[in-house]
Ligand binder design. Structure first.
Ligand SMILES: Cc1ncc(COP(=O)(O)O)c(C=O)c1O
Length: 461
């Protein structure tokens, strides 16, 4: 009798073993061989099916969830779908808490599985009782027999990728992989796959992709948390450091704008026929940026595409939405920070030491004609001080002029390097006032909004 193939006992068993497809058109010009791993081929349409199955299995083994119990999660949708599927098969109820920037399709899909969905506002602090973290915690407390999947802090999340996705990739490419690229959300994918691949071959490069506005890039480059600000790409980027993210397995982090993510997502479907979501476009856009500096003959690169494009028909694949949000505009942005810096005669960068008195710093800033300045502890940047902060502090605390400037340092800056594109800078300056140009961990220059305006108004793009 012939052996049956591709026949399973239940839908959870078909999770994984997703294909890797060569990007012959988008990356055809490169010397590297670039492959995309299609995680949308999982039954729930995303990579998150993997962690959902593993997290629930582990919870069952530990007796943390019992039949009739309720799985609760704060999720941007994909993890929810995977958990909803696992809940159906395990005989559990499920409740999901989602921020309101998520697409309506994601909410409807969860409801299709019979799950309860609670939508929370995006524009509140994580500590706010209305935030999606706080609301989910309350759901767990108020629901008897509940199990909180907690993908941001559950070690079973990265463990899934360490035990399953990493080995699968290694087998799939017969160990011939030089670079692994994925977006940075909870970090489960990168931390788990990265750890496994590094154990097989420490030479493999692990590259994370982060949206402009998230904390990861700055944290990786400087070791410091900067203030996060909003971006619209779904599923990647964070405003805090989840314990599931192990930055130590990463060799590099690349940053992409929403616009770059979406245009690449559209290119993937139009040029390669690969219909993935915005975080997949982000991963490919980030990989292409990284490869500009690291392309070499025969190098094998695998990029993970987390989910399907179907959930984004109303956004990324809708020309009106793209235009309304300025993503189809022809923006300035082909030059780099290096071009901008070369344009002007720049002397050494103006900084102040952290123990300088606020009064002295205010005088120096006036002399230099700047309204913000980096504050240093030796060679390390500890933050910036702004004219507004000096003024506010002196008004609130008359007599504080002798206090050290370190007292009023803030982290509202972004970090760039000489290769950062002007388009990325322009996007940053809609939220922060200053970008620190860092090279090999040292501050080499600063760029402000006015520098970009000068550069672009001189006819540069
Ligand atoms: C669409 C999408 N892409 C990427 C990711 C990031 O993967 P990870 O959480 O493993 O870092 C997520 C996770 O939330 C996601 O939902």
């Amino acid at each position: 009798m012939a052996e049956q193939i591709n026949v399973f006992d239940n839908v959870l068993e078909c999770i994984g073993n997703t294909p890797a497809v060569r990007l012959g058109r988008l990356a055809g010009e490169l010397q590297s061989e670039v492959y995309a791993k299609l995680e949308f081929m999982n039954p729930g349409g995303s990579v998150k099916d993997r962690i959902a199955r593993h997290i629930v299995r582990r919870a069952e083994e530990r007796g943390e969830i019992v039949p009739g119990g309720t799985i609760v999660e704060a999720t941007s949708g994909n993890t929810g779908l995977g958990l909803a599927m696992a809940a159906v098969l395990g005989g559990y109820d499920s409740t999901f808490v989602m921020p309101d920037k998520q697409s309506m399709e994601k909410v409807q899909a969860l409801r299709a599985f019979g799950s309860r969905v609670v939508v929370t506002p995006t524009a509140v602090e994580p500590e706010d009782p209305r935030s999606y973290y706080s609301v989910s915690r309350k759901e767990v407390e108020d629901t008897p027999n509940s199990f909180y999947a907690n993908q941001y802090h559950n070690p079973d999340n990265p463990e899934t990728h360490y035990l399953e996705t990493g080995p699968e990739i290694w087998r799939q490419l017969a160990g011939e992989i030089d670079v692994f690229v994925a977006g940075m959300g909870t970090g489960g994918t990168l931390s788990g796959v990265g750890k496994y691949l590094k154990e097989q071959n420490p030479e493999i490069k692990i590259v994370g992709v982060d949206p402009v506005g998230s904390i990861y890039y700055d944290l990786f480059k400087t070791g410091k948390m900067t203030e996060a600000y909003s971006y619209s790409v779904e599923g990647i980027g964070e405003d805090f450091l989840p314990s599931t993210m192990d930055l130590s397995v990463l060799d590099d982090v690349v940053r992409v704008t929403d616009r770059e993510c979406y245009l690449m997502t559209r290119d993937l479907v139009r040029r390669e026929g690969i219909f993935c979501g915005g975080s997949g476009g982000a991963a490919v856009a980030g990989a292409m940026k990284w490869l500009k500096q690291h392309d070499r003959p025969g190098q094998k690169v695998l990029i993970l595409l987390p989910d399907t494009g179907r959930q984004y028909l109303g956004k990324i694949f809708n020309d009106d939405w793209m235009r309304e949000n300025g993503y189809l505009d022809d923006v300035a942005g082909s030059g780099t920070v290096a071009d901008l810096l070369n344009g002007g005669e720049r002397s050494s960068v103006f900084t102040v030491e952290q123990d300088r008195a606020i009064r002295e710093v205010a005088a120096l800033m006036r002399d230099q004609g700047v309204s913000q300045v980096p504050v240093m502890d030796g060679d390390a940047v500890i933050g910036i001080v702004t004219e507004a902060a000096v003024l506010a502090h002196l008004l609130d605390h008359p007599g504080a002029a002798q206090e050290p400037v370190s007292k009023i340092v803030v982290n509202s800056y972004s970090v760039v390097d000489r290769a950062t594109r002007i388009g990325v800078l322009a996007d940053m300056f809609t939220r922060v006032k200053i970008a620190l140009v860092m090279e090999n961990g040292s501050l080499v220059d600063v760029v402000t909004k006015i520098d970009v305006i000068d550069y672009v108004s001189k006819g540069n793009r």
